[in-house]
Each structure stands twice: as C-alpha cells, then as structure tokens.
Design a protein around this ligand. Structure first.
Ligand SMILES: Cc1cc2nc3c(=O)[nH]c(=O)nc-3n(C[C@H](O)[C@H](O)[C@H](O)COP(=O)(O)OP(=O)(O)OC[C@H]3O[C@@H](n4cnc5c(N)ncnc54)[C@H](O)[C@@H]3O)c2cc1C
Length: 314
C-alpha cells in the first residue's frame, strides 16, 4: 500500500486547449487512462462518450458566444424556453453573452430548437465544432437567419470582462487528489461539474496502479502515534481483502471493502462565482479539516492568480 499527501492543481493551462482536448483530459480521469492520450485520440474519445451517454464528460469544456439580435421578440422567446445550465447576460444594445458547456448547448438544441436564437447558436456551433453536434436529433440544418449573428468570445476577452460578468462567465477547473470522503463532500456542490476516478473501472491490482491501493495520509493522526498505527493496520487489511476479492470478482464488486481514506482524483469545474461560494463554505472553521487542508491553500493560490475575485484566507 502507498500513502500520499492530498494536493490540488489549478488547470489554467487546459483552458487554452481545444474543446476536445479538454474533454479527453478530464474524461480520462475516470478510467485513469491518461497514458492513452496522443495527437489523434481526442475525437474518438469524445465519440465514445457520446455513444455511451457519459454526458458529464461533455460538461468539461465551456465556451462563450456573443449573440447580436435586433429582434426583442426572439430574445424574449429565448428566455421563455428557460435554457438550463447556460449563463446568459444582456450586454449593451442588442447583444447577449451566452456561456455554457458542450452539454448545455446540446441540450439547448434538444429543448429549444423551435426558437431562432437557439437555431442561430447551434448552426454556428455545428459549423465550428461538428464533432459535438453532428449526431443530434432533430438534425441541425443550416438556416439563413437575418438580423442574428453569433461569434465566439475568446478567453482573452472573457478575462477582460467587468468583474461581475467575469465571475459568471469565467470557468476554472481544479484537479484534486484527496480522500473519498472529501470527494463525497465536493460533489454536493450542485451547480458545478465533476469527473472523478472510478472505483468501478480502476483495478488497483494492475501494473499501472503499482499493484496496490493508494491512501491519503490522515491529518488527524500523527505518524508513529498509536492511532496512526491502528489506521495503517486497518488500511492494510482493507487492501489485502480488496486484492483477494479481485481474484474472483470485478473492481466494482471488490470496491465495497475500500475505505474513505482511499486516494481519489477529481476535477471540479465551475465558474468563479461558484468557487467563491465553495471556498466560503469549505474554508470555514466549521468545515471538515481534511477539506480545509486543500481548500485553504487553494484559496491562497486563487487569490494570487485572480486577486479581483478572491481574498486571502483569514
Ligand atoms: C460545515 C458543513 C457541514 C455539513 N454537514 C452536512 C451533513 O451533516 N449532512 C449533509 O447531508 N450535508 C452536509 N453538508 C453539505 C451542505 O448541506 C451542502 O449540501 C453543501 O455544502 C453544498 O452547498 P450549498 O447547498 O450551499 O450549495 P451548492 O449545491 O454549492 O449550490 C450553490 C447555490 O446553488 C443554488 N442551488 C443549487 N441547488 C439548489 C436547489 N435544489 N434549490 C435551491 N437552490 C439551489 C443555491 O443558491 C446555492 O447557494 C455540510 C456542509 C458544510 C459546509
């Protein structure tokens, strides 16, 4: 067995990559199959996710669009169909700023395809990113919509938005390596997107996991103390039984003996406004100490990178 410290990594550099590269990078965390990433692997990976309806993987790439529309009736119709999981703001004049994940835009088409603004948005997306939209039913057909134009807003422009708008339209992904109790708490934050290492698919007896289970060092017990020794002994027993069960059963069956201390990787993807909410709750003295162990340094790092949105922990 292996014991490691918890950690986090802000995935800023990932936001600079293409949509499919971002989706593949995040999606492979579930299977811990990152070693299969190469120059041509993203598109087949995305197609497989679409085919298997592993839909949350498609939440891991967000893009912003500027929609110009002089027809106020069309804008009212867009709001009336209440698109889910899209951030929509009216900018000056007749302009809308629309931010969402690939999944949210796919569902915009499925639920609101009778309306002209969704038609304009989805025609634009189909032309720019056919991989994500070509399988949709009803098929997206190119239409000539006078008076509506759509353009992609580059990340640099999102970064220059006024602070309040930026907090809603700028998304950040953070990769955590934590114990299973902490991931269980993280996934309670409903407006976020998550992908985590799957104990159903990962077989820790295999070579790529070093034929062992990895645990997160518990901050509650000092190494060498009787409590730490008891914890360590319990982990050894769990690991032993897990590996024995794998001799005759699948990882999804054997995982039933894995404990909360098991190391788990998770990517949390949310806009800045949700990160502010998460940090407020999860750095408080009332929060789980194992959660604070990663959230306090994360807050400090986010404050350094985005001082207009975050403040240093007290
Ligand atoms: C110290 C602490 C102790 C906790 N103890 C427990 C516990 O013992 N048991 C337990 O089950 N949980 C517990 N939790 C989890 C807690 O109840 C929340 O589920 C978790 O913190 C997510 O935060 P949230 O509900 O504020 O918002 P999020 O899910 O992060 O949502 C963000 C915002 O979205 C909106 N929102 C999202 N979904 C809805 C909705 N369905 N209806 C209305 N508004 C919505 C709200 O405006 C909310 O502020 C604890 C959390 C903390 C911090």
């Amino acid at each position: 067995m292996r014991i490691i410290d918890p950690s986090f990594h802000i995935l800023d550099e990932l936001e600079e990559q293409s949509l499919e590269v971002r989706i593949e990078y995040c999606g492979r965390i579930c299977y811990k199959s990152e070693e299969r990433i190469d120059a041509g692997s993203a598109a087949p990976f995305v197609r497989k996710m679409l085919q298997h309806q592993h839909n949350s993987v498609l939440e891991m790439a967000v893009l912003s669009l500027q929609v110009e529309c002089r027809d106020t009736g069309a804008i009212q119709a867009l709001f009336a169909c209440m698109p889910r999981f899209l951030q929509i703001d009216r900018l000056a004049g007749t302009s809308l700023l629309v931010t969402g994940s690939i999944r949210a835009f796919r569902e915009l088409w499925q639920e609101c395809h009778q309306e002209v603004i969704p038609q304009a948005i989805c025609c634009f997306l189909l032309a720019q990113h056919p991989l994500f939209f070509e399988d949709l039913q009803p098929k997206i057909m190119p239409v000539l919509l006078s008076g509506i134009s759509v353009r992609k807003v580059p990340l640099g422009e999102v970064n220059s938005l006024p602070v309040a708008l930026q907090a809603k339209h700028r998304f950040l992904a953070v990769r955590f390596v934590v114990n299973r109790a902490v991931t269980h708490e993280l996934v309670r934050h409903r407006p976020c997107s998550f992908l985590q290492e799957s104990q159903r698919y990962c077989r820790y007896s295999s070579d790529r996991f070093g034929n062992e289970v990895t645990f997160i060092r518990p901050l509650f017990y000092k190494e060498g103390s009787p409590e730490f020794e008891l914890w360590e002994q319990s982990m050894k027993i769990c690991e032993h039984n897990y590996l024995r069960l794998l001799g005759t059963s699948s990882p999804q069956a054997a995982r039933s003996v894995l404990p909360n201390s098991c190391k788990t990787e998770i990517i949390v993807y949310a806009n800045i406004s949700q990160w502010q909410h998460i940090l407020q709750l999860r750095t408080s003295p009332a929060a789980d100490p194992s959660m604070r162990e990663v959230m306090l340094p994360l807050q400090a790092e986010l404050t350094t990178r985005y001082p207009m949105h975050f403040t240093h922990p007290l």
